[in-house]
Design a protein around this ligand. Structure first.
Ligand SMILES: [Zn+2]
Ligand SMILES: [Zn+2]
Length: 358
C-alpha cells in the first residue's frame, strides 16, 4: 500500500509503497477514504510532539472496514468507521468514569509496528492510527462505527479537529446559552470551537486570528465578531467587546504559552481560559497569581474535547446531518496522498482552514 512516511525532522514526508504487517486477533484493517491534515502531524515533524521517525503520520481519518481479527466483536467488514486518536477501551479506570479521552490504553495502541518499508524498517503509526495511507491496521478500541451518509472528507474531520473543538465548548467548558466566548486561533479546531459555542447558544463569539481568510470563515460559521491581533492588543479588543469585563471562556487553540496567557487575560473574573492547542512538550505555561486566586479565574486543560468518542462521534455526525454543524465550509481543499507535502506547506502558510487527503 502507499503511505506518507515521516522520515526526518523538519523534512518533507516520503510517499512510498510499504507492506502492512499482519493484523492481530483484536486488530481491524481499514481502507482509508479521507484523512484531514492537522497541526499535530506538523508537531511530530517539528519535534514539538516527540515521536521518532520513520512513522506513518495522520490521526484524523475515516474509512471502511476491510478485515477484522478473530477476537474483534464490535465491527464487521463493510462498516463505516472513524479513527479515534485516543482509544476508548471501555473498561479501564478512566473509561469507566466517562473519561475515555484519558483512556489508560492511549500509549498501548502506539506500541505496534503496522507496516514495513521496502528496506525492512518497521513503521510505527501516529497515535496507533496512521491515516496518511491507503489502509491502516489498528486496534478495535481505536475505531468507532458510524452509520451516516455524511461525505468521507467531512467525516474524517470528526476524528480530531471537530471533536476537539466542539468538545472543548460543549464538554470541557460546558458553554451555556448567553455565555461570551473568545477563540484564539481559527484553524480547523478553532472553527470547531466557534461552532460548538454557537450550538451551545453563546451570545458573543469572538474569533481572534491574524489571517483574514480564517476570520472570514469564522464569521460564516458562527462568530459574532472577529479580532485581528495585528490591529492592537487582542486582550483589549476582546474586553472592549464585552463591556470591559472579558469573556466567560477564552479558548487558546494554537499551543503557545504567550497566547495561553492572553486567553487567561481575556477571561472575566470568575471565567476560564481553556488550553486546547498543543504546546512544545518542553514548554511551561505561566499565568499571574493574583487573577488566578483573587479573581477566581480558572485555567482548564483540554484534550480531545473531553469527548467520549462512542457517545460524541454519533452526536457530532447528527449535528452535521441536521445542519447544525457545518463541516463542508471548513474544508478549504482536498488533495491526493501524493500531494501531502503541499498540504503541509499550505497549513504552515495559513492558507487553509483544513486540507483533506482523499
Ligand atoms: Zn489532530
Ligand atoms: Zn480505556
Amino acid at each position: 500500500m502507499r503511505a506518507a512516511i515521516f522520515v526526518e525532522p523538519n523534512g518533507p514526508m516520503s510517499v512510498e509503497d510499504v507492506t502492512p504487517t499482519d493484523p492481530g486477533p483484536r486488530d481491524v484493517v481499514v481502507r482509508i477514504t479521507a484523512s484531514g491534515v492537522c497541526h499535530s502531524d506538523l508537531h511530530v515533524i517539528s519535534g514539538a510532539l516527540p515521536m521518532p521517525p520513520p512513522a506513518i503520520l495522520g490521526h484524523e481519518g475515516a474509512g471502511i472496514v476491510e478485515a477484522v481479527g478473530a477476537e474483534v466483536k464490535g465491527l464487521a467488514v463493510g462498516d463505516r468507521v472513524i479513527g479515534s486518536f485516543i482509544p476508548a477501551c471501555g473498561v479501564c479506570w478512566h473509561c469507566l468514569r466517562d473519561e475515555s479521552h484519558l483512556c489508560d490504553n492511549t500509549y498501548t495502541v502506539m506500541g505496534s509496528p503496522r507496516a514495513v518499508r521496502a528496506d525492512g524498517t518497521p513503521l510505527m503509526t501516529m497515535t496507533g492510527l496512521g491515516t496518511f495511507a491507503e489502509y491502516m491496521t489498528c486496534d478495535e478500541m481505536s475505531l468507532v462505527k458510524i452509520e451516516t451518509d455524511v461525505p468521507d472528507a467531512q467525516l474524517a474531520l470528526v476524528g480530531c479537529g471537530v471533536t476537539t473543538g466542539v468538545g472543548a465548548a460543549l464538554n470541557t467548558a460546558k458553554v451555556q446559552p448567553g455565555d461570551t466566548v473568545a477563540v484564539i486561533g481559527c484553524g480547523g479546531v478553532g472553527q470547531s470551537v466557534i461552532q460548538g459555542a454557537r450550538i451551545a447558544g453563546a451570545s458573543v463569539i469572538i474569533a481572534v486570528d491574524p489571517v483574514a481568510l480564517k476570520r472570514e470563515a469564522a464569521l460564516g460559521l458562527g462568530a459574532t465578531h472577529a479580532v485581528d491581533p495585528g490591529e492592537g492588543d487582542p486582550v483589549e479588543q476582546v474586553k472592549a467587546l464585552t463591556g470591559g469585563r472579558g469573556v466567560d471562556y477564552a479558548f487558546e487553540v494554537i499551543g503557545l504559552p504567550a497566547t495561553v496567557a492572553q486567553a487567561f487575560d481575556m477571561a472575566r473574573s470568575g471565567g476560564a481560559a481553556v488550553a486546547v492547542g498543543v504546546s512544545h512538550f518542553t514548554e511551561s505555561i505561566t499565568v499571574p497569581s493574583f487573577p488566578l486566586v483573587l479573581s477566581e479565574k480558572r485555567l482548564l486543560g483540554c484534550v480531545y474535547g473531553s469527548a467520549q468518542v462512542r457517545r460524541d462521534f454519533p452526536r457530532l455526525v447528527g449535528f452535521v446531518e441536521n445542519g447544525r454543524l457545518d463541516l463542508a465550509n471548513m474544508i478549504t481543499r482536498t488533495l491526493p496522498l501524493d500531494d501531502i507535502n503541499e498540504a503541509f506547506r499550505a497549513m504552515t502558510a495559513g492558507e487553509v482552514v483544513r486540507s483533506v487527503i482523499v
